[in-house]
Design a binder for this molecule. Structure first.
Ligand SMILES: Cc1cc2nc3c(=O)[nH]c(=O)nc-3n(C[C@H](O)[C@H](O)[C@H](O)COP(=O)(O)O)c2cc1C
Length: 137
């Protein structure tokens, strides 16, 4: 998961007018959310849903951030052993609660990521950053 996330951040970093903050969910805080122009949420699928610390980030920030982040562009990418759809569904459900805007379909990587998978997430990160840079979201 972390390798995929690093590659997504690399893609986002291609957009020179956009600065990228790369954090594990446990280290991400309310200020990060309030100060960003878009968010990429990566999670492994554990027990049919998102990793606990991703859920914890949502739990910690929802009340204070929801009204101020309406329309925030977001993307999701999930690393899974054999499925991944549960994690995507649950993350998107929470994002809908925040009223964030999904700007690309989620990427689901099943099994050990291939170079094609890494290129896919790199492109996804670049697309998010470019859309923010050009103001098209
Ligand atoms: C406790 C645990 C629960 C898991 N549950 C699922 C699951 O429900 N569905 C799935 O497709 N893979 C599941 N997996 C496999 C992981 O999603 C997969 O190995 C993922 O790439 C792990 O990323 P990580 O190595 O960064 O933690 C589980 C793995 C663990 C350790």
């Amino acid at each position: 998961m972390e390798a995929l996330a690093r590659r997504l951040a690399k893609g986002a970093g291609k957009e020179e007018n956009v600065s990228v903050t790369f954090k594990k969910a446990v280290d991400a805080c309310l200020e990060d959310l309030l100060n960003c122009s878009g968010i990429a949420i990566g999670s492994p699928e554990y027990f049919g849903t998102m990793a606990g610390m991703i859920k914890d980030f949502f739990d910690r920030t929802y009340d204070a951030a929801q009204a101020q982040t309406i329309g925030l562009p977001y993307i999701v990418f999930v690393s899974a052993g054999n499925d991944g759809r549960g994690a995507i569904t649950q993350i998107e459900r929470i994002a809908a609660g925040y009223k964030w805007k999904k700007v690309q379909e989620a990427i689901r990587v099943v099994g050990v990521p291939t170079e094609e998978d890494f290129v896919g997430v790199e492109d996804l990160g670049h697309a998010l950053a470019a859309g923010i840079d050009f103001g098209i979201f």
